[in-house]
Design a protein. Structure first.
Length: 172
């Protein structure tokens, strides 16, 4: 009997392999440089700084995005911004090469599976969001924020089930 993985491998000719290399990084990401491969696939590369303890220990990584993710991130990058705070999920690796000067170089790279723009320090629709602890532009009540940002209207709660049961009816 074939397992589901074996049947998928045989149908598509591709073997699906599980990996435990899954990383989530949150930091400031710069505007991506977008290119196309010879086969027409879109690839975007952006630098990202992840803040650590103390300024001297900041970690710089390169973020590689492919195809739809590259196009969508490039299109979604805020106009006029140099960086945006983002959460990147993907596979982490270290790339090594020898530079033109003969010195060995290395770079930490994350191949992104997902990129999500964080709204804790962003301006959306004229509203500036800041991290908690800074009350000058933040909402005290999240319901008020949702009403303002999404134009939501508060309605009274509606009953989930009916309550007009007959004498011989069970309420379930």
């Amino acid at each position: 009997m074939q397992t589901n993985q074996e049947s998928q491998s045989n149908k598509k000719g591709v073997c699906i392999v599980a990996t435990n290399n899954n990383t989530i990084l949150v930091g400031q990401i710069m505007q991506p440089e977008v290119r196309s491969t010879k086969t027409g696939k879109t690839v975007a590369k952006a630098r990202m700084v992840v803040k650590t303890y103390g300024d001297a220990d900041d970690m710089w990584v390169s973020v590689n995005m492919w195809e739809n993710l590259a196009d969508n991130f490039n299109f979604s990058f805020p106009e006029g911004s140099k960086t945006v705070r983002a959460m990147v999920t993907g596979r982490l690796q270290e790339e090594k090469w020898t530079g033109k000067d003969g010195n060995e170089r290395k770079e930490i790279v994350i191949t992104a599976d997902q990129v999500a723009i964080c709204l804790d320090y962003q301006t959306v629709g004229g509203i500036t969001y800041q991290a908690s602890g800074k009350d000058d532009n933040s909402y005290a009540n999240k319901t008020e924020m949702v009403k303002d940002v999404l134009g939501a209207v508060e309605r009274p709660a509606e009953p989930v089930a009916r309550n007009d049961y007959g004498e011989n009816e069970a309420p379930f």
